[in-house]
Design a protein. Structure first.
Length: 279
């Protein structure tokens, strides 16, 4: 993720509840974009709408220009059958935590504990002629965060390391050259060709958010959790629309079709869930 966004509670509520009554993918700015997934039952959906209208949703998507793709995260709760099933439990207390982190390590990632938001970093080291020297992979996790936030980051790894999407390997989040004059041991390379752009990141994140909505809806997560993710998906829908509009948007659309040709199908699946829940 390459930019920072913070929604105020009032703004999030207005955009999210507005989007819920519109259609995903419409030409207007419909907030959550009409994303209206199943959350276990029509009662849960009604509850989500009622709470959203009354109390708003406060969510944020976090990133930066320091070579990482990630999102905001919340602290997990104590393990119960429900919190484990929904993914709201602390990640370390989820029965799938050990297997997932072992799988990521086997892929070559170093797991790094951070106090900031979780993220995925793909740092490519190049030589003077631009040749690749090595690639460092970091999976940055905040201890105690929710398991579903771990799953969000795993979703990014799944996107970037899918050989059908990127047959030449995952695009780096930064390209650096080794140097002795930096405490990090490297500096930003002059040529950043191939690094994910802000517009490409909007496609990546929106796609991941749609996937997330689908599996969250299948779990029947609590209304507040679904409301949080509805706001986040609508937020990235706005960014996606901006990234694919105008003269420069044609390049982003071509990139999206080449690497994320299933995005429209994901949107349709979310629309179908919405239609099934209409009275």
């Amino acid at each position: 993720m390459l930019a920072v966004l913070l929604l105020t509670p009032a703004t999030a509520a207005a955009r999210c509840t507005g989007g819920l009554v519109n259609t995903l993918g419409s030409t207007g700015d419909d907030g959550c974009g009409g994303i209206y997934p199943a959350v276990g039952s029509a009662v849960a959906v009604a509850a989500a709408l009622a709470v959203a209208a009354g109390h708003a949703a406060f969510s944020y998507a976090r990133g930066g220009t320091n070579g990482k793709v990630g999102t905001g995260a919340k602290t997990g709760i104590d393990p119960t059958p429900e919190s484990i099933a929904h993914g709201t439990v602390r990640m370390e207390d989820h029965p799938g935590f050990a297997a997932e982190t072992a799988r990521v390590k086997a892929m070559g990632f170093t797991i790094v504990a951070v106090e900031s938001d979780p993220s995925v970093a793909i740092r490519r080291f190049v030589g003077l002629k631009g040749e690749t020297l090595r690639t460092d992979l970091e999976f940055r996790l905040r201890p105690g965060m929710r398991y579903l936030d771990l799953e969000h980051e795993l979703g990014h790894i799944g996107q970037l390391f899918d050989p059908n999407r990127f047959p030449d390997g995952p695009p780096p989040s930064e390209i650096v050259t080794p140097t002795r004059n930096s405490p990090l041991g490297y500096k930003r390379a002059f040529n950043q060709s191939g690094v994910l752009t802000i517009n490409q990141n909007a496609v990546l994140e929106y796609h991941n958010r749609l996937q997330e909505l689908l599996w969250l809806s299948e779990r029947g997560v609590p209304p507040d959790v679904m409301r949080e993710h509805l706001a986040g998906a609508g937020d990235w829908l706005d960014r996606y629309r901006k990234a694919t509009s105008g003269r420069q948007g044609n390049r982003t659309i071509a990139w999206q079709r080449r690497h994320f040709g299933d995005l429209q199908d994901l949107e349709q699946r979310v629309r179908s869930m919405r239609a099934r829940l209409r009275p």
